[in-house]
Design a protein around this ligand. Sequence first.
Ligand code: SF4
Length: 624
Amino acid sequence: MANNLGTVLRVDLTRGKITRESIPEEIKKEFVGGRGVGVKYFYDEVDPGTDPLGPENKLFVLNGPLAGTNAMSVARWMVITKSPLTDGFTRAVGGADFAAYLKFAGLDMVILEGKAKKPVYLLLADDGTAELKDASGLWGKDTGETQVLLKKWHEDGNKKVNSAVIGPAGEKLVRFAVIESERRTASRGGVGTVMGSKNVKAIAVKASRNIQLADPDTFKSVVKKQIDTMQADPMFPHFQKYGTAMAEGMSATGLMPCKNFQEGPPDNFMDISGDAYDRYTLRHVGCYSCSIRCGKVRRTQDPRYQGAETEGPEYESIWVFTTDIGSTAVEPSLVADKICDDLGIDTISAGATVAFAFELYNRGIITKQDTDGLELTYGNADAMLTLLQKIGNREGFGDLLAEGSYRAARKIGRGAEHYVMTSKKQELAAYDPRGAKSQGLSMATSTTGANHNYGYAFQEIFNVPIPYPVDRFAEAGKGNLTCFNQNLTAVLELGIGCTFPGVFGWLSMEILGQLLAAATGYQEFLSPQYLLEAGERTINLERLFNLRAGLSRKDDSLPERVQKEILTSGASQGHKVEDMEGMLDEYYASRGWDKNGIPTPETLTRLKLAWAIKDLKQIPGLAA
Ligand code: SF4
C-alpha cells in the first residue's frame, strides 16, 4: 500500500457529523499532495465571497505525502482557508510532529466546516476513531497548557498525543491568530482566527508510528543521499547552531528594516547577532525526523523576566521585537516571543503592528490618551510587552491593534494610513524591498498577502547564483526570477517540505521527486517539469480565487514608503523601489497572465485547468 493514503476526514461542526472520503486519483496525480491538493479542495468548496469568519468558510488542515517518514525536512503541516486578515486565500505552514501524527492516524487532510454550538476539540486516533469533545475545560487556556492537558487526558502506553491548538487570541478573534503545535506555529493570515470562529480549540491525535511506503528500499537510499548532501554543506552546522537567528547578516546587507521601515539597520546590530542569542540557548528542537533542529529553546537570565522560556525567536521575530521598535535588547525579545506563542498570535503581524503604533506615537498622531497611558517611545521594550499582551487579549488599545495595522489605521485616521507597512492588508516581513527587489515583488504578488516564505529570493538575500547570479538592486528581470522562486516554494510545499533546506539544495527538486515517487508509487513525480507544472497549477488556482474574491492588480503592491522614500542608511542606502508597475508587467507576462494579472484561457489550458476558464466570468468587472 502506498504511503499517500489519500484519506480526508470531513467534520461538519454544525451538525456534529464526521465522515471519511478518499481523494480522487486524478487529484492526487495532478496536484501531487500538500498545498496542491489542499488548494484544489479549497477552490472547489469555498465561495470567494464568503465571510472569512462565517460558518461557510472552511479550514483545511493537511500534511503531505512524506509526513511521518524518516526523510529530512518534510514533516510540515499546512492550513488553508479564506483569511480574515487579507480577505483572500491564505496558507500557513507549521512544524514539529503534528503532520506525522495525522499520517499515523491514516489521514492526509481534515476539513472543518460549519460552526460548533459550543467550544469543542476534535480527538482522532490511529484506531480510526474521530470524535468531537467538549472543550469547556480548555477554553481560555494558553496554547502550552492546552497541549499539556490534552496529553494528560488522552495519552496511554505507547499511544502518544500530539495536537494543534489555538490560544486565547484565536478564541477572541484577533485577526492574526495562529494554530500552534508544540511551540511551532502555522502563523500567517489568521488561520487560528478562523478555527476560533468555528468554536474549535484543538485537533488532538493519539497514535503510534505507522508508515507504509510504496517502495521502502528506494526511499531509504534517497534519504541516505539527502542526508549525505546535507552534511557535506558547510552551511549545515551553522544552521544547526543558530537556526534563523541571523540578524547580523541581514543587517550587514542593509536588508533588516528599522523603526517600521524608516531606517536601515542600527550600527550596533551585533548586539542581536546569532551569538548574542546563542548565549540564551538551552537546547535545540525541530520537526519530525529533521536533524537540522533549527528551533532554539532559550531562557531569559534577567530576574525581571522570571526565567521565561521560549522556542525562538526566529529571524523575523527578532526583527519585530528589536530594531522595528528601535531596540537591540535581546531578553525582552525572548519574552515577547513567549507572549505571542502563549496567546497564539503571529509574531510578525503582532510585532509589526506594534512597530506601526510606535511610529504613530513618535509622530504625535496618537498619544498616551490613545495607548492606555503607554509611552511608545523608541526602544521602550517593556511597553511593547504590555501591548502584545493587550493585543492577544483584545484589551483597551490592544483591541484596536488586534485588527492588524491596515484596519487600525483606517479607524485612527489622521494620516495614519501613510505609515502602514502591508501588502494585501498583511504586514511585511523582515526584508526591506528596497534592498532586494525580487523579495519585494514576491511579497507584493504573493496570493497570501505579504509573506517572505512564498518565493524566498535566496539569490538576493544570500547571494546564491542559482539559477543565475543577480544584482539585488536591479528591477529588470525580477518578474521572471520571482516566478521561479514562487514556483519553487509551491513545489516544496507539495511535499510538504521546508523552505531553508529547499533553498540550500538539501531538498532539491530531484531529491523531492524521488522521495515522492518512492513514497506514493507515482513515477510521474520523478520529473521536475511535472512537479513545476503542478506547483504553477496550484498558484493559478490561488490567483483565480483571489480575483473572484475582488482582489486585483492594485492589490499586488508595496507600501508607498518603499516606493517613494530612499533608504538613507545601511548597505542598501540610496535605493527605493523605482518601477513597481514595470516589475508587475514583467511578472504577469512571465506567468502567462494578462496586463490585469488575470490568467489567460491559454495559460489555464496549458496547466490543465481548462475546467476553470468558465470561472473567469466571476471576476468583478469581467462579467460578459
Ligand atoms: S529546518 Fe527547521 S523548520 Fe525546517 S523542517 Fe528542519 S527543524 Fe523544521
